[in-house]
Ligand binder design. Structure first.
Ligand code: UTP
Length: 288
């Protein structure tokens, strides 16, 4: 099962980040010098994927413009001899073949994924949430693809989150399973369970490899939590699903604390000395 396509849902309203997201997509929120969705596309490309479908919607045109060629800007940079910057701009348009489809109503992540059905066809595909950045550690999508190919099944990235946060996530039921090994079967999932009912604190992180069976299951799924079509509700019905524990740092850019944390932590590791010096100085002053 060769996996060559990725789907990136990016049609949500981003209400947790209002008013910033009133007129701009949350997936375009900058983390240091790049918009969030560029990190996501780069993760897919690094996993060997060259065909990406982004699910957009009204008000999301900035995403298409970002990945398009920018003739005027390129000409200006060339004329000014700013070749480093020119190179950075050109590379964005050359990352992959990027396709777009618009989700007509915001009816949930499951509904957004259904819009990929025609493009994906009968093949398994990688799914990466457009508002989640994963950095450091083992490249996440690449490791999911390896597992999916080895076991011929759907595979999800899971992360142990603090118990008091489980009610914000889809959570895996791994009872009677050795979930300490690298990859393990998952019995079931629950979407946003109250803490006392959560079967584990292994949360879905926003990276998946799914078999195309998911589309039929989504079609047959009723709207769930929040009156949205929940992807987790369809994943529960897949014949077999495996989990891989995330080895890396995950940032959900859709909420302000996590977005800030991404900027600060990634600034500390940035290869531009000025940027990490500025943050280190700030942190030093704060700890005095
Ligand atoms: P979220 O639930 O975090 O996005 O969806 P949201 O609805 O934009 O967030 P808030 O709660 O209003 O702040 C996770 C991912 O799924 C996409 C989002 O764009 C995000 O990348 N999504 C969500 C869709 O594409 N369509 C939807 O109907 C819902």
């Amino acid at each position: 099962m060769g996996i060559t396509k990725a789907v990136i849902p990016a049609a949500g309203f981003g209400t947790r980040f209002l008013p910033v997201t009133k007129a701009q997509p949350k997936e375009m929120m900058p983390v240091l010098d790049k918009p969030t969705i560029q990190y996501v596309v780069e993760e897919a490309v690094e996993a060997g994927i060259d065909d990406i479908l982004i699910i957009t919607g009204r008000g999301k045109q900035a995403i298409e413009q970002h990945f398009d060629k920018s003739y005027e800007l390129e000409e200006e940079l060339k004329a000014d001899g700013k070749l480093d910057r020119l190179d950075r701009v050109q590379k964005i348009a050359d990352l992959a073949d990027i396709h777009y489809v618009r989700q007509k109503e915001r009816e949930g992540l499951g509904d957004a994924v259904l819009y990929a059905r025609k493009h994906v066809g009968d093949e398994p595909f990688a799914l990466l949430l457009g508002d989640t950045i994963i950095q450091n550690g083992t490249p996440c999508t690449e490791s999911l693809i390896d597992e999916a190919e080895a076991h011929d099944t759907s595979v999800l990235s899971l992360e142990r989150v603090p118990w008091e946060q489980v009610s914000s996530y889809g959570v895996a039921d791994t009872s009677d399973v050795d979930s300490t090994s690298g990859s393990f079967p998952v019995n079931d999932f629950v979407e946003k369970p109250p803490q006392e009912e959560a079967p584990s604190n292994l949360a879905i992180t926003g990276r998946y490899v799914l078999t195309s069976e998911i589309f039929e299951l989504l079609e047959a799924t009723e709207k769930g939590v929040g009156s949205e079509l929940q992807l987790t509700d369809a994943i529960r019905k897949l014949d077999a699903v495996r989990g891989v524990e995330l080895d890396g740092d995950r940032y959900d850019i859709g909420n302000i604390p996590s977005w800030l944390q991404a900027n600060i932590e990634m600034a500390l590791h940035h290869d531009d000395g000025e940027i990490n010096k500025a943050v280190e100085k700030l942190l030093r002053e704060q700890s005095l």
